[in-house]
Design a protein around this ligand. Sequence first.
Ligand code: PEP
Length: 252
Amino acid sequence: MRKPYIAGNWKMNMTPSAGAAFAHDLAEAAKKAGADVKMMVAPPFVTIPAVVEALKGTGIIVAAQNMNDHKSGAYTGEVAPDMLKDLGVNTVILGHSERRSYYKESDEFINKKVLLAIEEGMDVVLCVGETLEERESGKLEEVLSTQLSGDLKDVKAEDMCHITIAYEPVWAIGTGKTATPEDADSAHAFIRSFVAKMYSADIAENLIIQYGGSVNASNVKALMAKENIDGALVGGASLSVEKFLPIITFDK
Ligand code: PEP
């Protein structure tokens, strides 16, 4: 049984004080509504300490949106995994399409970070997904296969329990366009079958695969009803209690 895993990627939004106040309100609202999902929020680096403090004892996971591929050293402006762990952060989002496209992160580079996160005992939400052009030219499966085999290279079977996959079609992120539940489910089924081939049927069966791309209160139920959709990675709609609460309580 895969427990639903709903995550909010705050991207470059929320100052430390705004983030702490929002996290507090969100935790209260989630508790009051009896939310029963695995829940995570990923604030910007500087907002993390205030949010960790605000969410203490709530069970809501605080994650980072990225980290460096080295343990320490002369990497100006970067953040190392042990700095995150020192704040109480044990989960990191890697391979988000905004990092792949704006910061030219390759699968090889993402793989270095995935391996380092695992070495550091962290959990990873690994984002994969195709552009519209790739989908329309029939390359969906080729793109997902390349990303999965590249990003998970040398990840051992026993460490796959630390990996969550977020399938995020690039054309659906922040655009208001969502993949239909059927299209999303079939991409998720492909990811699951690919992981079964890379690892085993058992690992694939237990793998949590989130959908991301303009998830909101009106589409979350239909998406979550699909067999292979185990959660959501939410951007825009994770920035207000009013919009995020119906998503984390989709099953109520
Ligand atoms: C995201 O940033 O991962 C995302 C899915 O954003 P949005 O929900 O705004 O499309």
